[in-house]
Design a binder for this molecule. Structure first.
Ligand code: MG
Length: 246
């Protein structure tokens, strides 16, 4: 952890980490929902006769849905989708998602949040999701962790990941923090890119089928195989953050 923090500080020209908040991505970090997203997108594309690559939607995860839909239309039909098509495709994908999603949390995330709260860090949610009832669902599964004030969702952003905008907005919602006052937990290449471009210490947790290399290439400062592995390193990260300065 010492090496990782030192390298982050030097690269981003900060003298120290002054941790106040943790920015959590949602799909693949809080919820084990990515298999259902992939299946639902693939099935929707089959119905619309738009060809998608295997694991395409793991790779595109984090991108606003309308951009994903336009990308598939451009690739297959050499044109953008109409507003009506965007609505219809997204509606069908959402229906299939709710049929396929188990609603399960990622193994170990409750422990992560417990450690974060014990250390008086503010948890902030930064997701591209625009699911209806998201706050209620989160509050049911993880009571009193995320409030409406500390969530960045599809409704808050204009550009979306991989642009740094969502994570910069997360820092703002955490109390106008600077990038060295938080760290990010992300599972997806575009999310890692977004956090990295916001100059925040980015911890990639590879909870899906993609190669580790794509997360490293996207700019992850450190890579973990699971949330349980991260939980073992988290106390060390918090300790070292307090003492390392460059
Ligand atoms: Mg994710």
């Amino acid at each position: 952890m010492t090496e990782i923090i030192t390298k982050y500080l030097q690269t981003n020209k900060f003298t120290n980490l002054d941790l106040r908040a943790v920015l959590f991505d949602m799909d693949g970090i809080i919820y084990n929902s990515m298999p259902a997203h992939e299946i639902s997108w693939q099935e929707t594309m089959r119905e619309w006769e738009l060809k998608a690559e295997p694991n395409e939607f793991y790779i595109q995860e984090g991108k606003p849905a309308r951009h994903t839909i336009n990308m598939m239309f451009q690739r297959n039909l050499k044109r953008d989708a109409t507003e009506q098509e965007i609505d219809d495709v997204y509606k069908r994908k959402s229906e299939l998602f709710f049929e396929n999603d188990s609603g399960a949390l990622i193994e170990g995330i409750e422990e992560t949040i417990k450690i974060v709260l014990e250390n008086e860090l503010t948890p902030i949610l930064v997701t591209g999701s625009g699911q209806t009832g998201l706050y209620e669902r989160l509050n049911g599964d993880l009571p009193n962790v995320f409030t409406l004030e500390n969530m960045v969702t599809a409704f808050d952003v204009e550009i979306g990941k991989p642009h740094p905008e969502p994570y910069l907005m997360g820092l703002k919602k955490a109390g106008n923090l600077k990038p060295n006052q938080a760290f990010v937990l992300e599972n997806a290449p575009l999310g890692v890119e977004s956090a990295h471009r916001a100059n925040i210490l980015t911890i990639a947790v590879n909870t899906g089928p993609l190669d580790d290399r794509v997360l490293k290439d996207a700019g992850a400062d450190v890579l973990m195989d699971s949330m349980e592995e991260f939980n073992k390193k988290l106390p060390e990260l918090l300790d070292r953050a307090k003492i390392i300065s460059v």
